[in-house]
Design a protein around this ligand. Sequence first.
Ligand SMILES: [Zn+2]
Length: 299
Amino acid sequence: MSAQVSENDRCQALNSLSDEELINFYDDVTSNTLQKLSKCRSVLKAKLDEYIDLKIDKLRRSYLQIAERKLTQCSDRKSATFGPEVDYFVDPEKSEILYGDFLPKCGLAFTFDDGPHKTLTRKLLTSLDNENLLVNFFVVGDRVRASPDILKEQYAQGHLIGNHTQSHEDLRKLSFKNATAEIENGFNIITKTIGDYIPFFFFFYGAHTKDLQAYLNHFNRFEFYWNIDTLDWKIKDPEELYIRALEKIERTQHGIILMHDIQPQTIATAPFLFEALRMAGYTPYLIRPLKKGPTQNVP
Ligand SMILES: [Zn+2]
């Protein structure tokens, strides 16, 4: 009975929110993290999808003019799609933090963290496929357990699957033992799901410690970081996100871009961003580990 009441209360509270407020709960509504929403989940999801579709229509009408205002031509590159990307190989024996500043001018590597998401990741895969583009994903072990088939699709499409911890914890707050368990469990579920191992790791919020960096280094893993933070988890409006992302890219002109495939505004914005960057002559990069033979130095 109490669960019944609390579900009604929860549904009522969410139903009373404006669209701008409700979008903050997109992941809760669509990923079953708020368990007791069976009575209103489909209504809330329809409301959010309609809101996002309106935002996408607005961006579709404005994105070319915005790109003209915000981006200068970076190079003469001409391509029918944003991809194909250029492979950039890093040597796991010289593992270090990858900030993205090593990429050449007009070179951008997209990273998408925090997924896989039940519905949004597939939409992103379609956009990436349309652009003939491969990216670096950093997935969360618990989400892989919830959606293994989606990770398999990401891998089958050719994207590189890195590790973003088992449960998206701030590893600075855990004991060294528990923190390394978060790292290893993340790698293990990825390997178990796709049958491949990529020695790439992304800390939650980039929040690393010297000890954990030394640990990754010891086992020849790379720590990914970013030099272009789109703040896509925070900027909920697709047009605003698009504008902020273009401004940052224009200022920096090369590097690793941080985005999140559990954010509906990110998925809405991505196709427009890819097209604007293609027209401005940017080249996408995929960061790959150099294969060093069959033995990997892993614990
Ligand atoms: Zn994250």
